[in-house]
Design a protein around this ligand. Structure first.
Ligand SMILES: *Cc1c(COP(=O)(O)O)cnc(C)c1O
Length: 346
């Protein structure tokens, strides 16, 4: 049985072409700034996002952690959307590494500039923890690949600037947001002081994220990357995979989006599934299970028996993610098998 793995867009394996590019990469010691392939990738991403400078990091989690260190001090308050990656998927790193507290806002991965203004706490107050950073996740993972409304991001970042609060975009799937919203990644990145993108998600590289922003913030990030143990050596081998991904896999993300929608259309046929297929605009679908049917663990296990791997996000919540290693045909089959897994009598 061929397994259709929809647990995440991180499960992709480097293609023959990508491996070839990695094998041929010119490398040097990146801590001396001497890896030409890393330097090329950093310049390429800085250009793509229209920022002054960029920095390669081994993971997106480290990019998020470094961003906190650049802008916030222990005891500071950081505002972000409810169920953000930084809060739910980083094992408490923000508290342990940056010593910040989070204020979660909004619903469905999104919040408004007015909500931000109401939640933001001023510096110099005798009681309040000062809000020094606002973070947006685009697309928002746990909310189901939700695209943050661009005008609202502009309004939030404008309010932040006025109030002396820095802004950070966790754009692990920014290129998905751009493809879905018919904007360029640079347009979506423009309002923010610092932006991260992942090479290891929809782009299909085996590892690597990149932070981009003003030179002074990137210089600070170099220090905090080292402090996190993430400064590496001949990582041009990874950077070559990233460059190959930007050349070959950026233009096809819309296919993943339409495949996710196809799965959503099939799964939503079950009365036991709570999901609006029209809301599935990128490569992630998150559906809830009604109380009268199986729970998420049961659906995951039945799906596995049928050759489809998905992820239980909560007791009654399941996530499926499309990516470049699953074809449209495989997604159509997976949708049918998932529907069976939800509706099976035992
Ligand atoms: C995956 C992800 C990250 C972290 O990336 P890793 O490379 O897995 O550490 C950060 N933010 C979001 C929104 C993600 O989906």
């Amino acid at each position: 049985m061929d397994i259709i793995d929809l647990r995440s867009d991180t499960v992709t394996r480097p293609s023959a072409g990508m491996r070839d590019a990695m094998a041929r990469a010119e490398v040097g010691d990146d801590q001396f700034g001497e890896d030409p392939t890393v330097n090329e990738l950093q310049e390429r991403v800085a250009d793509l996002l229209a920022k002054e400078a960029a920095l390669w990091l081994p993971t997106g989690t480290m990019a998020n952690q470094v961003a906190l260190r650049v802008f916030a001090r222990p005891g500071d308050d950081v505002i972000l959307a409810r169920e953000s990656h930084a809060m739910w998927h980083e094992t408490g790193a923000a508290a342990a590494n940056a010593g910040v507290q989070f204020t979660e806002l909004g619903t469905g991965g999104v919040f408004t500039a007015n909500e931000f203004r109401a939640a933001r706490k001023p510096r110099g107050h005798p009681l309040y923890p000062p809000t020094t950073l606002v973070e947006i996740e685009d697309t928002h993972n746990r909310a189901g690949g939700v695209v943050f409304p661009p005008e609202e991001a502009v309004a939030i970042c404008a309010a932040a600037r006025e109030l002396g609060v820095a802004s950070y975009l966790d754009g692990a799937r920014l290129f998905n947001a751009a493809a879905a919203g018919k904007r360029t990644a640079a347009e979506l990145a423009a309002p923010f002081d610092l932006v991260s993108i992942a090479l290891s998600k929809g782009l299909g590289a085996p590892g690597g994220s990149v932070l981009a922003g003003a030179r002074e913030h990137i210089d600070a990030a170099v220090r905090y990357r080292r402090m996190s143990g993430g400064a590496m050596r001949q990582v041009g081998i990874f950077a070559a995979a990233g460059l190959h991904a930007l050349d070959h896999n950026l233009g096809r993300l819309a296919e993943d989006h339409s495949n996710a929608r196809l799965i959503a259309d099939l799964v939503a046929q079950s009365p036991r599934v709570i999901l609006d297929p029209k809301a599935v605009r990128t490569n992630i679908l998150v559906f809830r299970l009604t109380g009268d049917g199986p729970d998420a663990a049961t659906v995951v296990s039945r799906a596995r028996d049928r050759g489809v791997l998905v992820f239980a996000f909560g007791p009654r919540t399941v996530r499926a993610v499309t990516h470049l290693d699953v074809s449209r045909q495989a997604c159509r089959l997976a949708g049918t098998l998932l529907l069976e897994a939800v509706d099976a009598s035992s």
